[in-house]
Design a protein around this ligand. Structure first.
Ligand SMILES: [Zn+2]
Length: 320
């Protein structure tokens, strides 16, 4: 719900106003746990510990899930962020995020990456939602080489559909994972599979399930907008620095927001940063750039409240 008490008058583009009163929630952060690093170490196959990787990456040791959850909450506090989605970012790491959500249920909402081609995918998803109190299933079709019209994906969506309030997040478009590059891990992604029109097909089949396409479609902006227009249960998240913009000559973040608001309306845009590791922490610059972009568009205070928190609260009425 939008907590708006102020004027919704618009300001001329380019003219800054006070930030509207409203909660700031981040719909897209990654929980880079010790188990996440263990999985990357296994993939590299050099008999390294998670600590070896943190030293190489110059990251702060994530330690236990409880310790990392506390670090996240301190970071959110320091930046005026009330709630955040934390994503378990490798299949099989649901328990780390579950522990974080258990510790801070009012602040954190847990999503988890799922490989729908894994033999136990539907059971894993059901357990994560029912017993571990997670709220979103994250699919990465390009990474897991599973098309969105594959029956195994439908089986996973069925699990979400049977549990009202469950979000299905589908990464589309350009996929590039910084930590994999830094560690020299091969990323044999099939970018053809991350298609927003495939999300539209699923969203039409499961109209009660909210689907989230991150990064405005990460380069497939037009297709993401088509999915949004075709299906009222498709949302876009605004997260990351949106580097995909440079794939389209002349495109700017301002124009992306202008077009997205025109097609999706402010009620289907979810602010996110794509923050992940420490010491970098919460991505202040991403928030500042997006806040400036919407200010320059002269979006009403009410619309800004929706994008930066109201829609999040509508989708996640409670953490568990
Ligand atoms: Zn991300």
């Amino acid at each position: 719900m939008a907590e708006v008490g102020e004027s919704t008058a618009t300001a001329p583009p380019g003219q800054m106003r006070d930030i509207p009163v409203g909660m700031l929630h981040d719909a897209h952060c990654h929980f880079f746990s010790t188990r996440f690093l263990e999985a990357l170490a296994r993939q590299r196959g050099r008999d390294e510990s998670p600590l070896d990787l943190t030293r190489e990456l110059q990251w702060v040791d994530p330690e236990t899930p409880d310790a990392l959850a506390d670090r996240w909450v301190r970071e959110l506090d320091a930046n005026g962020v009330t709630r955040a989605v934390l994503i378990a970012s490798v299949p099989g790491d649901q328990s780390s995020v579950a522990a974080a959500v258990e510790r801070h249920p009012a602040r954190l909402v847990g999503y988890f990456m799922l490989d729908p081609a894994a033999p136990d995918a539907a059971t894993t998803a059901a357990r994560a939602l029912d017993e571990q109190h997670l709220r979103g299933i994250c699919l990465f079709p390009a990474m897991h080489h599973t098309a969105l019209d594959d029956g195994r994906v439908a089986a996973v969506i069925e699990v979400a559909a049977a549990r009202p309030g469950t979000i299905v997040f589908v990464h589309c478009g350009m996929l590039s994972i910084g930590v994999r590059k830094k560690l020299g891990l091969a990323s044999r992604f099939d970018l053809r599979l991350g298609d927003p029109l495939g999300v539209a097909r699923l969203a039409a089949a499961y109209p009660a399930v909210p689907f989230v396409i991150p990064h405005f479609g990460a380069g497939l902006f037009r297709e993401a907008l088509m999915a949004v227009e075709a299906c009222s249960n498709v949302y876009l998240d605004t997260s990351s620095s949106n580097g995909w913009i440079r794939h389209t000559p002349g495109l700017t973040l301002d124009e992306v927001f202008r077009t997205a608001v025109a097609v999706a309306g402010a009620s289907r845009l979810l602010f996110g940063t794509d923050s992940s590791f420490f010491p970098r922490g919460w991505q202040v610059g991403v928030h500042a750039a997006q806040r400036l972009a919407v200010e320059r568009l002269g979006l009403s205070a009410a619309d800004q409240v929706l994008i930066f928190g109201g829609n999040f609260d509508r989708l996640h009425k409670e953490s568990r």
